[in-house]
Design a binder for this molecule. Structure first.
Ligand SMILES: Cc1cc2nc3c(=O)[nH]c(=O)nc-3n(C[C@H](O)[C@H](O)[C@H](O)COP(=O)(O)O)c2cc1C
Length: 453
């Protein structure tokens, strides 16, 4: 995230941690180049657009500890990183609450143009009450209603990206003076519950048209949304069994939505502590753990659930929690706790331990193979220390993964979508956005084309 303290609360205080420099462009360009040299698929910036829910009765502790505040806009940063890199994918979260789909579609098309087709979008709906209040709302929109909102939002941007400009519309013929062919540029006339957009899209089609689509909710409704929209889903998985369950669930729903199970890649988040020997790895872990702030970790989780967990004893059971916040996370914690009634200590352990692998490069590679066997296609590396978390992984683990054929040594040519899926630069025909291609051939053909407005 374009902030100091993302997930592993407190570790920014480690003497080697550099993430407090997040306001400096040079800090990020150095990291992006380092990851690109190591042939990472993508650099992904999570984002939130508001404060986490109360901890200890208010939000002062979030500010004091830097829990994802202050945080800068990741899309602007990606535009700058596009100029500093040539191959790595550039992905960021943008929530449906934060920008109008017409404006967002234009921003993403611009990023995709500037980066030569390397843009990715993590579609989220924002679980934070404060985020909804920052954008005219009067509180958190209900869980399933947020996904309805995302359905309309994605409809609108797909129409702009896929349907507004036909292939070959941009002529740029200096001899005739024709810049673009008006017969191939269409208004979309989107009329929905929340948005009214005439169009046409103001950007011409970018290399991928639609950025590579990521998604990060894993409740039942979240999986349904992923099945319909995601090309890659980020899952919360405290263990292999849970990952296998969620991955199978998403893939089965994708098949029901007329897609192939492999149309969706499944990524889980893990952090790593690498040592030349197991003892060295454990020593490093103990040293890193000294800087971990468990109360900040709990504030992050409670704030995402919309429950104030501040000041409670670590063995307090979470109880029968009902939340309009993120449900996939809660379910993952409940599922992974024997007896199904996790305490606060379980919550903290889940975040700090279950998502961390400590060991030698061989041990870590073995563990990654077990995640792969559970149906996980890739790893989203959660950092504790920047850039050290990545440097350790690159220098320690990557050579072993390459030896086993589990990590690439070169980039495939083409756009991010081509690199990830080995097919063309555009969304495939099975994706629901494809229905909008050629759907707006004249301004009044919407009802005739059967496309819902
Ligand atoms: C790897 C990963 C990245 C995420 N990134 C974001 C993010 O950047 N911004 C955000 O608001 N939520 C983010 N989330 C949280 C999900 O959006 C949240 O869990 C979801 O809205 C809850 O939906 P669910 O109830 O369907 O699980 C992320 C989750 C995961 C697993």
């Amino acid at each position: 995230m374009n902030t100091t303290s993302h997930i592993r609360g407190g570790q920014w205080r480690h003497p080697d941690a550099g993430q407090h420099r997040f306001n400096e462009l040079g800090f990020w360009t150095d990291l992006a180049r380092q990851l690109e040299d190591a042939k990472f698929d993508a650099l992904f910036f999570a984002d939130v657009v508001g404060l986490y829910g109360n901890h200890d009765g208010g939000w002062a502790s979030h500010v004091r500890r830097g829990l994802q505040v202050p945080a800068n806009d990741p899309v602007l940063l990606l535009a700058a990183l596009a100029g500093a890199t040539r191959n790595i994918g550039l992905a960021a979260t943008s929530s449906v609450v934060q920008s109008h789909p017409f404006q967002f579609a234009r921003q993403m098309s611009t990023l995709d143009h500037l980066s030569g087709g390397r843009a990715g979008w993590n579609i989220v709906t924002s679980v934070l009450d404060n985020a909804h209040r920052n954008f005219d709302g009067d509180g958190l929109t209900g869980h399933d209603r947020r996904y309805d909102w995302a359905d309309e939002y994605t409809d609108a941007v797909y129409k702009l990206w896929e349907g507004s400009w036909d292939d070959g519309a941009l002529v740029q013929d200096k001899a005739s003076g024709v810049h673009a062919d008006p017969d191939k540029v269409h208004k979309i006339h989107h009329r929905g519950e929340r948005y009214s957009i005439d169009g046409p899209h103001l950007s011409s089609p970018s290399p991928q048209r639609t950025p590579v689509l990521f998604q990060a909710g894993s409740s039942g409704r979240g999986q349904q949304f992923a099945a319909a929209n995601a090309e890659a889903t980020f899952i919360f998985a405290p263990n292999h069994a849970h990952a296998a369950k969620v991955a199978a669930g998403v893939r089965a729903r994708a098949a029901e939505a007329g897609r192939l199970p492999d149309d969706i890649k499944v990524f889980t988040g893990l952090s790593f502590v690498v040592g030349g020997t197991e003892a060295e790895a454990q020593r490093k872990k103990a040293e890193l753990d000294e800087y971990l702030d468990l109360d900040a970790v709990i504030a992050h989780i409670g704030g995402g659930l919309g429950i104030d967990l501040g000041g409670l004893d670590l063995d307090t059971p979470l109880g029968d929690v009902q939340t309009e916040g993120g449900r996939g996370v809660l379910q993952a914690i409940i599922d992974s706790t024997p007896g199904g009634n996790p305490t606060l200590a379980d919550v903290a352990r889940y975040r700090t331990e279950a998502q961390q692998v400590t060991g030698t490069p061989e041990q870590i590679a073995d563990e990654l193979e077990r995640w792969q066997d559970a149906g996980v296609d890739g790893i989203n590396i959660i950092n504790g220390i920047l850039p050290g978390s990545y440097t350790d992984f690159i220098e320690g683990v990557l050579p072993e993964l390459r030896r086993r054929g589990l990590a690439q040594s070169e980039y495939a040519p083409g756009t991010l979508r081509e690199k990830l899926f080995g097919a063309g630069p555009l969304l495939n025909e099975r994706h629901r956005a494809a229905q909008f291609r050629g759907a707006f051939t004249s301004e009044n053909t919407l009802s005739a084309s059967g496309v819902t407005q």
